[in-house]
Every structure is written in structure tokens, then in C-alpha cells.
Design a protein around this ligand. Structure first.
Ligand code: 5AD
Ligand code: SF4
Length: 430
């Protein structure tokens, strides 16, 4: 039986996709990259912005035909949009076999078995003699290669940023126990992972059994065979001196930090309920760069939040100039029903939002291109994820000619770049 998983959204969602596949794999499904021939599709949705939700809903619509061609096929819709719109999705798309929201992920194996166990039996029966499919799924964005594994350490969010739907669809923070996450990381390293990315909505707020996040980094760093440790997505509030010290002291922790600023206007940061100001961000970055001189920073920014003025927007540009992120993820404000800011007038005209996004992107793209260009002519250390393609510790993608053996860390001389991927060559023999 063939299983196809489609994931929209953040890395957390990508990691959830693996968990959503797991009980089906236990039932004899094999992951395949081709949706057309799949016997089951798990659609893992995102709702953080309207656009992400619309993409998932339109895909559910298009899957009707796939389902009609063979009613034995199973369609599961999961994740954040499923949490927000569950009953509506079931009604609007009656051919969906199971809608299961993001909050139910811990219970998912039981839910799926109860709802679909008999269907899987019947499906297995009818597919007898077809033989097993070969696992040919392409891992999304290259992050979850066998050598680069995720470990989810917390779920949910206790913040209430006024624009954000996440607390509503993922619930309050839930920390996985220290022993559990250490054991999972050790097991993944024993299976060949060289890199671990710790995941959580506000990953660095994790604390459990008297252990706080910085200490977790230090302890994870002692795992034999773990070369690289990353974490996604931190909240600036918990980017403390101790966290910075733990990053600097722990050789496995990569020289990279995501600091989502959202805005550079103190007035807007207040209305967004972000609990920091622009000066605080610059102060933290200065401390970070002092402790880890080669660190690279990335960020998330929203333009066109309700009441954003030209002056507010210019403060955002100023903060970007001060922060100098090597990667920026920029978004037009998208009102989400049920959030605090959805009650505010979405009063920045669409063309102003577009123009601001364009100016912001020009600045951010310039910083990214400069960071990439600064690597040309240098030798960088890359964890080969797929045989000739991988990432530097500080978060740049690299592809190179000549042989490559996935799972090895190689030195690559960067000779150029194309589409934001560094190109290079290596002398090393596989
Ligand atoms: N509109 C636009 N962008 C948003 N984000 C979260 N909610 C919204 C929204 N309503 C962005 C933030 C966050 C990233 C994951 O998505 O920048 O950090
Ligand atoms: Fe959303 Fe804010 Fe929580 Fe991040 S910290 S998930 S932006 S509410």
C-alpha cells in the first residue's frame, strides 16, 4: 500500500508529517513521492496566513477526482487548518475520510486506528499480490534527510501575539520530558543522524524537570556522534545570556540563530504583544555576535499590520539594517479570524502593503546576496545530505560537483552561486 504525505507550513509541521505517517507505516504503508498512485494521502495543513490555508483547501478540492477513481483510497486531512476548520472541512468535502486537528497529534495513532483500522484491513486485502512499493518519497526542503533529524521538544504556545492564530490551533505549551527528548535524540544519532534540529513553536521556552533550554543544549551537545545541533523556532524573549553562553560553549550548536523580529516599530511591537523592543533586539544581537563572532542571524517580518504608518515601517527597515539577517522571511499581514488583531481595522491599503513588502524585500535580498557573495572563494564545511548537496553550519545551502557521499561532512571550495545556493567543488574522495 502506498502512502503520500503533503505538508504545508513550518518545520514543526514537516516534523508532524513524519508522525502522521508513522501509524500508517505500521499498517504496512510505504511512503511514495507520487500522489496519483497513492492508496492513502495525508494532507498536513497550515493556517498561519490565509494564503497557506487556501492552498491546502484547494488541494483537498482537487483530490476529489483522485478519490472518485477508487473509493477505497483514504484521505486524511490533519494539522492547523484542520484544527481551525474541522467540521466545516468535513461538510464541504464529504469524501475526506478523517479530519484530525493539530491539537490531537498526541492521540493521533489511536484516532486513526479507531476511525480507519477496518478500512486499512480491507485495503490491504484488495492490494494483496501487488507487492510493496519502494520508499521513494522526497523529503521536504532537504531538512529531514536521514542525516538531519528533527526532535520535537515542545508543542503549543503560551504567548498571545495579537496577529497569530497558533495558540488557538495548537493550544498551550506542552513540554516533552527531558529523558524522552534526550532518548529520542540519542536513538536518531545511533541510526545515523549527524544533525539534530530541536523543534517547538517557542522552542527555547522549553523547561522540564528543573532543566531549562540552555542546559538542554549543553546536554544534547554531549551526545557522541552528534556533529550539529540546531533549534527552531526560538522566541527573542528566551534568547537570554545563558542561552547565548550555551550556544557558544557547546561545539555542536551551529552558528545560526533565528530571531523573529516581526517589526522594528516599538509602537507596533506593543500592539503585537511581542514583549521586546527594537533596542532589546539590537542588544541581544550584539551580545550574540560578541560571544559567537561568526554567527548568522535570520528573521521573520510582517508588513502592513493594522495602523502601520510610513514612520513605523521605516523603523522596521532600520532594525533590519542593524540586525543584518542573512535570511529573512517577509510576510504581508493577513488577518486571522479569532485573533486579537482581527478585531482591528485592516487599514493599510493593499497597494501600500505591496509597496512596503517590495522595499523590505529589496533590503533583505541585498543582505542575503551579500552574505552569499562573501563566501565565494572560501572553503566551507558542509554536511552532505543527499550526495553533493548540503548545508553549512551557519545555514547556507551548498551544492558541488564531483563525488559526494551523503552523511559525510566535507570541505567545499565555493566558486559561485545560483538561486541562493552556493556552488563549489571538493577535493575529497568519497
Ligand atoms: N499575518 C502575516 N504573517 C504572520 N505570521 C504569523 N501570523 C501572521 C499573520 N496573521 C508570520 C510571523 C511568524 C511567521 C511564522 O509567520 O512572521 O513568525
Ligand atoms: Fe504565534 Fe507569537 Fe506564539 Fe510565535 S510566539 S507562535 S508568533 S503567538
Amino acid at each position: 500500500m502506498r502512502l503520500h504525505v503533503v505538508t504545508f507550513g513550518c518545520q514543526m509541521s514537516v516534523a508532524d508529517g513524519e508522525e502522521l505517517a508513522s501509524p500508517l507505516k505500521g499498517r504496512g504503508f510505504t511512503a511514495v513521492a507520487d500522489a496519483e498512485t497513492a492508496d492513502a494521502i495525508v494532507l498536513n495543513t497550515c493556517t498561519v496566513r490565509q494564503h497557506a490555508e487556501d492552498k491546502a483547501l484547494s488541494l483537498i478540492g482537487r483530490l476529489r477526482e483522485w478519490k472518485d477513481r477508487d473509493p477505497q483510497r483514504v484521505l486524511i486531512v490533519a494539522g492547523c487548518a484542520a484544527e481551525r476548520l474541522g467540521p466545516w472541512i468535513q461538510k464541504r468535502f464529504p469524501y475526506v475520510d478523517l479530519v484530525v486537528g493539530a491539537k490531537s497529534i498526541e492521540d493521533y495513532p489511536r484516532i486513526v486506528e479507531e476511525a480507519l483500522g477496518a478500512r486499512f484491513d480491507a485495503l490491504a486485502e484488495s492490494r494483496l499480490g501487488f507487492g510493496a512499493a519502494t520508499e521513494d518519497v522526497e523529503k521536504p526542503t532537504g531538512w529531514a534527510s536521514p542525516f538531519s533529524a528533527f526532535v520535537t521538544i515542545m508543542r503549543g504556545c503560551n504567548y498571545s501575539c495579537s496577529y497569530c492564530i497558533v495558540p488557538a490551533v495548537r493550544g498551550r505549551e506542552l513540554y516533552r520530558p527531558y529523558e524522552t527528548v534526550m532518548a529520542e535524540a540519542r536513538a536518531k544519532v545511533a541510526l545515523g543522524a549527524k544533525e539534530i534540529t530541536l523543534l517547538g513553536q517557542t522552542v527555547n521556552s522549553w523547561n522540564e524537570g528543573g532543566v531549562r533550554f540552555p542546559e538542554l543544549l549543553r546536554r544534547m551537545g554531549t551526545i557522541e556522534g552528534l556533529e550539529r545541533l540546531r533549534f527552531e523556532s526560538p522566541h527573542p524573549h528566551f534568547a537570554t545570556d545563558d542561552m547565548i553562553a550555551a550556544m557558544a560553549e557547546t561545539p555542536a550548536v551551529c552558528e545560526q540563530l533565528h530571531l523573529p523580529i516581526q517589526s522594528g516599530s516599538d509602537r507596533l511591537l506593543k500592539i503585537m504583544r511581542r514583549n521586546y523592543d527594537a533596542a532589546g533586539i539590537l542588544d541581544k544581537t550584539a551580545r550574540l555576535r560578541l560571544a559567537i563572532p561568526r554567527v548568522e542571524v535570520s528573521t521573520d517580518i510582517i508588513v502592513g499590520f493594522p495602523s502601520e504608518t510610513e514612520e513605523d515601517f521605516e523603523r522596521t527597515l532600520d532594525l533590519v539594517r542593524g540586525l543584518r539577517p542573512s535570511w529573512s522571511y517577509t510576510f504581508k499581514y493577513s488577518p486571522r479570524e479569532g485573533t486579537e488583531s482581527a478585531g482591528m481595522a485592516d487599514d493599510v491599503p493593499a497597494e501600500v502593503k505591496d509597496a512596503r513588502l517590495e522595499r523590505l524585500n529589496a533590503l533583505c535580498d541585498g543582505l542575503t546576496e551579500a552574505a552569499l557573495a562573501a563566501r565565494i572563494g572560501k572553503v566551507v564545511s558542509v554536511l552532505d545530505e543527499t550526495g553533493g548537496f548540503g548545508r553549512t553550519r551557519d545555514g547556507f545551502k551548498v551544492s558541488w560537483d564531483g563525488c559526494g557521499t551523503a552523511g559525510r561532512t566535507v570541505k567545499v571550495r565555493v566558486t559561485g552561486m545560483s538561486k541562493r545556493i552556493l556552488k563549489g567543488e571538493t577535493d575529497e574522495r568519497a
